[in-house]
Design a protein around this ligand. Sequence first.
Ligand SMILES: Nc1nc2c(ncn2[C@@H]2O[C@H](COP(=O)(O)OP(=O)(O)OP(=O)(O)O)[C@@H](O)[C@H]2O)c(=O)[nH]1
Ligand SMILES: [Mg+2]
Length: 325
Amino acid sequence: MKFVDEVVIEVAAGDGGDGCVSFRREKFIAKGGPEGGDGGRGGDVICLADENLGTLLDLQHRRHYRAKKGERGSGKNMTGHTGEDAIIRVPPGTIITDAETGDVLADLVVDGQRAVVAVGGKGGLGNARFKSPTRQTPRKATPGKPGETRRLKIELRLIADVGLVGFPNAGKSTFLRQVSAAEPKVAAYPFTTLRPQLGIVERPGYRKFSVADIPGIIKGASEGKGLGLQFLRHISRTKILLFIIDSQEEDIAGQLADLLGEIQTFDPLMVNKPRLVMINKIDLLDSELIAKQSDKTQWVDCWASAQVGQGIEEVLQRLEDMLFA
Ligand SMILES: Nc1nc2c(ncn2[C@@H]2O[C@H](COP(=O)(O)OP(=O)(O)OP(=O)(O)O)[C@@H](O)[C@H]2O)c(=O)[nH]1
Ligand SMILES: [Mg+2]
């Protein structure tokens, strides 16, 4: 299944119904007063967060949404019915911006949250409204106002407590498999992960938290290399970044610096987020070597092996302390 995390759609709220021209007809009265009702309001276009959805796939298949027009007014001062709203269901974590102005219209975070993204037109006025002492039989009514139309950019961001950052092949997906029930693909080549994935860490007696695995970034990603930085948006709202670095790389300090540099380009605020640095694949390292290097690697928080599970408990404990302290 393809992961769709950004879609542009077009929406149109319903036009207002027209006002009505009508006169009372009663026995023995040749011409009664005006009694034309107002038109109904047009329906709104509403975005609704629905936790049963995980992607924007539905929106990719259908890109136009239109709410119903308001009903015309009718005789006997009857106001027309309001047009039916158009409801667009999106997963929690969806941000909706006006594609032309860039204004953020809504940020839907929890299930059931809704936002009007295009407002229905007002109904027109019926001729009953135009009666005055000098104008007993107004033939005037006004048409309904047009509903708002908009192009919307719909973006999905995973909502997670911890975001994984690392170069391709560092072992991010292996880590997520190790600590949660999620089963992202793991393979010995770069760019195995092509779509963000969420896992929940559940340990008996501890609080749950969620971890987001995203495709690896590479040096130069900010200039469009690799898969680019677009996936970083998924971890832009996490509370903590967990950097995973492959111990087999020659210059692990340089790796961290490069990762931070790329993130900085994407969003300077992300660099200030609390972070934990984990060196992975220590099952391939000589433990004496680690001990010898320890004075040069004080910036490392944890040494672990996502594959065999060594040191992972400590990583989870540190994350838990940072999240819930
Ligand atoms: N020996 C050893 N191998 C590991 C460890 N963690 C991951 N690997 C291997 O490293 C390779 C890459 O692992 P992935 O988990 O797919 O790496 P990733 O960071 O998700 O990679 P991308 O999705 O491409 O960004 C796989 O062959 C894993 O089996 C580890 O702790 N020890
Ligand atoms: Mg991966």
